[in-house]
Ligand binder design. Sequence first.
Ligand code: GYE
Length: 351
Amino acid sequence: MGIRVKGIKKIKNRATALLTGVTILLSGCGSFAGPAVSDVTQGDSTIETKSDDALISVGFSQLGSESTWRSANTESVKASLSTGNGFFLIFDNARQKQEKQIKAVRSFISQRVDYIVICPVIQEGWEMVLSEARDAGIPVILLDRNISVNDDSLYTAFIGEDMYAEGASAGKWLESYLDEEEMSTETVNIVVLEGTTGSSAQAGRTRGFGAIAARHMNWNMLASANGEFTQAKGKETMERLLKEFDDIDVIVCQNDDMAFGALEALQEAGIKTGGKGDKILISFDGTKKALELVKEGVINVDVECNPNSGDLLAQIINDLEAGKTVDKTNYMDEKVFTKDNVDEYIEDRNY
Ligand code: GYE
């Protein structure tokens, strides 16, 4: 399904207007030094400044910096929405707080940016602020995670990952592995370290994996616990699960950072993963460090989640600028990595 946004490109001198305001705010004296490009960082916000009427101004609310994946995603957006590419980027890091994201979006609206890009930390609670953006005539593009709203005209496009498909891929891999190992009728005890509760990444991966698990009476879902997508919380959660259960067969970590934390806990407890007869470790993201662990046989499978969405984002904004129709939902290409194919991909990983 396509959507066409009309009349969004009104005045192209907004970047300059906004820049002047920002300069006053930051320097306190109200004078603008000149056309040089500079990066001004104030708290969690970075404002790239350049005096150029033709730049497309974009307010970007990133949800945080909890993982390797997230840093790569931020870098991808910053690289693609550079001044050299014709963009004026206002970056805000919400540090996992939806209230901070809402505040950032309101600030982008009051600065009259041309576009707002949001990586939403959780799915619910976006209606009001998105209506405010719509009333202001500013198109919103959702990046990476999705939201749950009844009215999908509240955003122009979604660019991100199919989290449900990722979860299902992990489940299908386990299905065929247990088959190969002739374990398809044995009871298999599974624990899941979930990401941020209420995020589309956590919900989608949980549902996708759950749909495959539901086909197998012998898959016993022992416990699911929130590891917040961080290494520290992954370790802490794994330690707790090891105390609680002594019969875990499969550990599903909904991202690599939690898998790194879980591995620390497992290694400290002298427990092995990945090999024949060891615990089975499943992870998501496909970071370089995790792919190395797949190669070494420590992680059994890693389902890719592609953070390099900056170029597609830039292209979609440019298409909208040109009055073209853009797809409402844009999924990134993603692979599944095991020992069998990982060698082909390790070298090229940029995250
Ligand atoms: O898997 C995780 C990150 O939303 C897909 O968020 C993303 C997830 C990713 O922190 O590492």
